[in-house]
Design a protein around this ligand. Structure first.
Ligand SMILES: [Fe+2]
Length: 322
């Protein structure tokens, strides 16, 4: 893990070298009650390092998968096994603030779902299906959806790729290697909020943990088999990225309030390592992000009049004096 500030470096250095006198000297600055952790946090606060957790200006597959190269990803993981990349990166793609703004647009949220709404079927309440009459459930007003959220129900927002520029850019980058993708947002208000039981998706899933923590269970089996044997269990934290191959069974358990985005894609037809196709970005017909901000022209500021300094002017009036 990268050092947050001088405090982390100091602790690491003294631990590695065993130079205790440095600790004793610095402890003296803070008084005898100063514990190691307190000193470490204080030094981090006083001498913070600039955190390199911002997204690169240009989002590339290299930057998305860093430190795993695309070559390693496609030869060792793609279609074979899950991959966890832990780093403090891509955690601001969709924040609680973004979720708040988006949910306040209700009911104008395409495809919104309330998970674990009922016992039957997959338990989902789907706004569009209820609206079209395909799902015989009551239409919920904004207050009722909020009440369900407060009671612990998880919410899914599909088709969220145009909520933020970075989401569009990530899709466009992935779509060089995969077929057209989609962004889903999954939000839960507390630990124990239900998500999906063990299931497999027909898409390549890239899961970006945004806020909070959630436990993942990955099964050995791929669809059309059945989930039987647990292959891996782990907790994702904000900034972590998980890749799950298509058809591999997996399950999520919420262990805190959480916000996670799933960016998923089907594979290009007949895509294989031996005949691997990478599309040019120009070939992508996805709408690019457009900056619609319209700013008034800047007001003209007062410009002092320039002094006349031409050679002729000087010569005429001052001649040899200058
Ligand atoms: Fe899934």
């Amino acid at each position: 893990m990268r050092d947050k500030g001088f405090g982390d470096t100091f602790e690491r250095f003294t631990k590695a070298t065993g130079i205790k006198w440095l600790i004793i000297t610095v402890t003296g600055w803070f008084g005898s009650n100063c514990g190691c952790k307190y000193r470490q946090d204080l030094l981090n606060k006083w001498f913070p390092y600039k955190q390199n957790n911002k997204m690169n200006d240009k989002i590339t597959l290299n930057s998305i998968l860093d430190p795993i190269s695309p070559q390693i990803f496609f030869t060792e993981y793609w279609n074979k096994k899950h991959l966890i990349i832990r780093r403090n990166k891509f955690k601001d793609l969709f924040t609680w603030d973004d979720f708040n703004k988006c949910m306040n647009l209700y009911p104008d949220i395409k495809g919104l779902q309330v998970l674990d709404y009922r016992e039957e079927g997959d338990g989902r309440w789907c706004l569009d299906k209820v609206r079209k009459g395909e799902l015989k459930l009551p239409m919920l007003n904004k207050g009722t959806v909020y009440k369900l959220w407060k009671e612990g129900k998880s919410i899914a927002i599909p088709f969220a790729e145009y909520q933020k520029k970075d989401l569009v850019d990530i899709c466009i980058e992935f779509e060089k290697y995969f077929h057209k993708g989609q962004v889903n947002v999954y939000a839960s208000p507390r630990a124990g909020s239900k998500s999906f039981p063990p299931h497999a998706d027909g898409t390549e899933n890239f899961l970006f943990q945004q806020e909070g923590k959630q436990k993942w269970t990955i099964y050995k089996e791929f669809a059309p088999g059945k989930p039987k044997e647990i292959l891996d269990e782990f907790v994702l934290e904000a900034g972590d990225l998980l890749y799950i191959p298509q058809y591999q069974y997996h399950k999520v358990d919420t262990i805190s309030p959480r916000l996670m985005i799933s960016i998923h894609f089907t594979n290009k037809p007949k895509q294989s390592i031996k005949n691997f196709k990478i599309s040019k970005p120009e070939a992508n017909n996805r709408d690019k992000w457009i900056n619609w901000v319209s700013k008034p022209p800047k007001e003209k500021t007062f410009q002092p009049q320039r002094r006349m300094v031409s050679d002729t002017w000087k010569k005429k009036y001052f001649k040899d004096k200058i």
